[in-house]
Design a protein around this ligand. Structure first.
Ligand SMILES: Cc1ncc(COP(=O)(O)O)c(C=O)c1O
Length: 378
């Protein structure tokens, strides 16, 4: 029996593996010396206990910190875990937070219900008004640019200039570091759903925070306590997905622009929301803040019924939530993504009942456009 529990595993012939193995273990044999206590006390030890960190998480964090030009990164189990760790590690009763009326739906719930229940003052303002709404009394600013699903931008440099002493946290999920590097524009802490473009294959949920070593250590302590682990296999898949990240993003940018331009010229489409179009009200800001405009867009049709008809008629685009994968997705924003907001809250977030959100994938752009052309003509 003991032999079954302690197999003698021979090392294979040859050198070390080119790809980091998956460390599918919850715990690690520790040195029988005072060094064990040092490992236990360290921030995010890579080989101690998997809730604290893992070699696979460490590998992904190293890549992600480099992508953002950050001192450090923390990998967690979902984008919402990243948003929650970023905010919860930097607020307490009395903290004054300014955020947007337009955010990813679960982030809005965090801002509207969880933080106020802890005594945090949260002021939600229209996205373009954030620079004017912040000032010396603001402790934390939380922004998302472009925001999901309205594709509205927040002027990061303007927010930094208006609140030089506030902690500025930005959700960069839609832009990704390929298109926007928030830390270069004065942001302190970047959060992203790595479920989306960073992994890119619709097969992982993960989240990441990047920033100074001090802010990451603080967020890690919150994650250590709340426990949103990114497990070794997920971290391994993410590190694998990241190998093709720039290639995928270049294609998402090109396809996003092509599909947005097609929709802009279609008579059945009332409005297209894509920062790369000259018609986007913040196109000039997009040109300053973004190197490319990504694969996310939304568009509105006259009515909810017309929007639902398009979803039913698409053949190539999948009717699925999430985004940033290889395949094109189309979703009715109000009913499938922003289900947990009231109608009034959706209106405040700029979500029209006739709005469809698309995540433009890596297919041939003419195939995506042909699918939309036939769906819009039904
Ligand atoms: C902008 C943005 N932030 C955060 C999240 C949350 O990410 P996750 O689903 O990985 O928790 C999402 C999810 O769609 C998102 O779109």
């Amino acid at each position: 029996m003991t032999d079954l529990l302690h197999p003698a595993v021979p090392h294979g012939p040859g050198g070390t593996p080119l790809t980091l193995p998956i460390y599918q273990t919850s715990t690690y044999e520790l040195p029988r010396s005072p060094a064990a206590a040092e490992i236990a006390a360290a921030v995010a030890p890579a080989a101690f206990y998997t809730r604290y960190g893992s070699p696979n998480a460490r590998e992904a964090e190293t890549i992600l910190a480099k992508l953002d030009g950050a001192e450090a990164a923390l990998l967690v189990g979902s984008g919402m875990a990243a948003v929650s760790a970023a905010l919860l590690s930097n607020v307490r009763a009395g903290t004054r937070v300014v955020a947007q009326t337009s955010h990813y739906t679960a982030a809005l719930t965090l801002l509207r219900t969880v933080l106020p229940s802890l005594g945090v003052h949260v002021d939600l303002v229209p996205q373009q008004d954030v620079p004017a709404a912040v000032g010396p009394a603001t402790d934390v600013v939380y922004v998302e640019t472009p925001s999901n699903p309205t594709m509205t931008l927040t002027d990061l440099a303007a927010v930094r200039a208006a609140a030089p002493n506030a902690l500025l946290i930005a959700d960069n999920t839609f832009a990704t570091p390929y298109n926007t590097r928030p830390l270069d524009l004065g942001v302190d802490l970047v959060v992203q759903s790595a479920t989306k473009y960073l992994n890119g294959h619709s097969d992982v949920t993960a989240g990441v925070l990047t920033g100074s070593a001090q802010l990451i250590a603080r967020a890690w302590e919150t994650a250590r306590v709340l426990g949103p682990v990114c497990h070794p296999f997920e971290a391994w898949l993410l590190a694998r997905g990241l190998k093709t990240f720039p290639l995928r993003m270049a294609r998402h940018n090109a396809n996003g622009l092509a599909v947005a331009a097609f929709l802009q010229g279609h008579p059945a489409v009332r409005a297209v929301h894509y920062p790369g179009l000259p018609e986007h009200p913040q196109h000039e800001l997009a040109g300053r803040q973004m190197a490319g405009f990504g694969g996310m867009l939304s568009f509105t049709l006259g009515t909810e019924a017309a929007a639902q008809r398009v979803v039913e008629a698409t053949r190539l685009a999948h009717n699925a939530v999430s985004l940033g994968g290889t395949e094109t997705l189309i979703t009715h924003a109000a009913s499938l993504v922003f289900t947990h907001q009231t109608e009034q809250e959706r209106t405040a977030s700029g979500i029209d009942p006739g709005m469809l959100r698309m995540s433009i994938g890596l297919e041939e752009p003419e195939d995506i456009i042909a699918d939309l052309r036939q769906a819009l003509s039904v």
